[in-house]
Design a protein around this ligand. Structure first.
Ligand SMILES: *Cc1c(COP(=O)(O)O)cnc(C)c1O
Length: 404
């Protein structure tokens, strides 16, 4: 059987739709965030990254680099095993304590990524709680969807950010089954924020547990970077808060926080926790330094918010349509996969601006977009250069503008 022919049939289909992904080969330049060296011969050698999830540039912070280097020197590189067999290191425990404190929970549990933390935790909750039902917001991230699917628990999808729909669906389930309400705080594609207070109240009124993904909010919102749940003073009413160490904290790894017994339950039953090598101790130490820094420093958050505001108002002035939302994520809507990819290519080739086109299946067809994430290190000059480039392209490509 010609397997390669079967593979390329499907790839050809993807290419025809304009949804085939080409990665930009870059080398980030530590100390020069958000600049990178490009290895693509068609683009300038130095480019500005406009779509990083290292939202605050912490991945290049001296504090984080020092913490990682010093633990490499004292502990070496790898963890040496799974947490279960020889892999639990002092730095993992310190990081879990830091995370529990961040969300003011009793305990935390580390995973190798945010994806794995969602997949493993929802998978375990849904399969181990007898007769459980998981109520999932319709815009939830793939890692939650896969975790729920893997659990084989009954799943009910409720309308995105709609507490009334959640209420109706909870009511229909009846009082005696364990119910888990799974949702996010900041949704990364539209940059919208969930009505957390209302969702928590609805869940409480039906005795459901709440499972909150704060991946795009930790480090960025709340006085200590504890996310939207901290900003709204709701963390103690949420059963489980999940997050990543790979986005605003600039390193890698995922986690959950909650009661001691909840974390012990996941630790004891989740295959995705038990059977995989633990994070390198230096990675844990770097993440901990990053979290500790952002607990006490508002500087990075304040400056990021300022640059987000500047880009938004400059886009408005140029009549470039972008989604209005209360977060740090600025989606510029193109609504066509081929145009979206073309604009991204031209921005890179002619302007040294790197922004990845966001196409199906990451977003629904017809809502293709360029997604900009200004950081504290994007200068006013960077922003001017971006808006000028978009202005020229909007003229050339005859894309609709907003009439002020
Ligand atoms: C990126 C992302 C994750 C996965 O986190 P990683 O640490 O990158 O694996 C989980 N949830 C959401 C909403 C995400 O956007």
């Amino acid at each position: 059987m010609d397997f390669d022919a079967l593979f390329s049939d499907q790839l050809d289909l993807l290419k025809k739709e304009g949804n085939y992904r080409i990665f930009a080969e870059l080398e980030r330049q530590s100390g020069a965030f958000p600049k990178a060296k490009s290895y693509d011969k068609r683009s300038p050698e130095n480019v500005t990254i406009w779509c990083s999830n290292d939202y605050l540039g912490m991945g290049q912070s001296q504090i984080v680099k020092d913490a990682m280097k010093s633990v490499i020197d004292t502990n070496g590189c790898g963890a040496g095993g799974t947490r279960n067999i020889s892999g639990t290191n002092h730095h993992h425990v310190l990081l879990e304590n830091e995370l529990a404190d961040l969300h003011r929970k009793e305990a935390a549990l580390l995973f190798t990524s945010g994806y794995v933390s969602n997949w493993a935790s929802l998978g375990t909750l849904g399969s181990k709680l007898p007769n459980a039902v998981i109520l999932s917001d319709s815009a939830n991230h793939a890692s939650m969807i896969e975790g729920i699917r893997h659990s084989r628990a009954d799943k009910v999808i409720w309308k995105h950010n709609d507490p009334d729909d959640l209420d109706r669906k909870l009511k229909a389930i009846g009082p005696n089954r364990p119910k888990i309400v799974a949702f996010e705080s900041v949704y990364s594609m539209d940059g919208d924020i969930s009505p957390m207070q209302e969702i928590v109240e609805v869940a409480e009124s039906h005795n459901a547990m709440t499972y909150l993904d704060e991946v795009h909010a930790v480090g960025l919102y709340g006085p200590r970077g504890g996310g939207i749940s901290e900003e709204l003073g709701l963390s103690d009413r949420i059963t489980l808060i999940e997050g990543t160490l790979g986005k605003a904290y600039g390193v890698m790894g995922g986690y959950i926080t909650g009661s001691k017994i909840l974390c012990d339950f996941i630790r004891s039953f989740a295959s995705g926790f038990i059977f995989t090598t633990a994070l390198p101790p230096a990675v844990a130490a770097g993440a901990r330094a990053s979290i500790a820094h952002l607990k006490s420093s508002e500087l990075e958050r304040k400056r990021q918010q300022k640059q987000v505001q500047k880009l938004r108002s400059d886009l408005d002035r140029a009549g470039i349509p972008h989604m209005n939302n209360p977060s740090h994520i600025i989606p510029v809507m193109i609504k066509d996969p081929v145009k979206c990819k073309m604009l991204s290519d031209i921005l890179m080739r002619d302007y040294g601006i790197y922004v990845q086109p966001i196409n199906y299946p990451t977003v629904p067809k017809g809502t293709e977009r360029l997604r900009f994430t200004p950081s504290p290190m994007h200068s006013d000059v960077d922003i001017d250069h971006l808006v000028n480039a978009l202005n020229v392209l909007w003229k050339q490509c005859a894309i609709a503008r907003v009439v002020a």
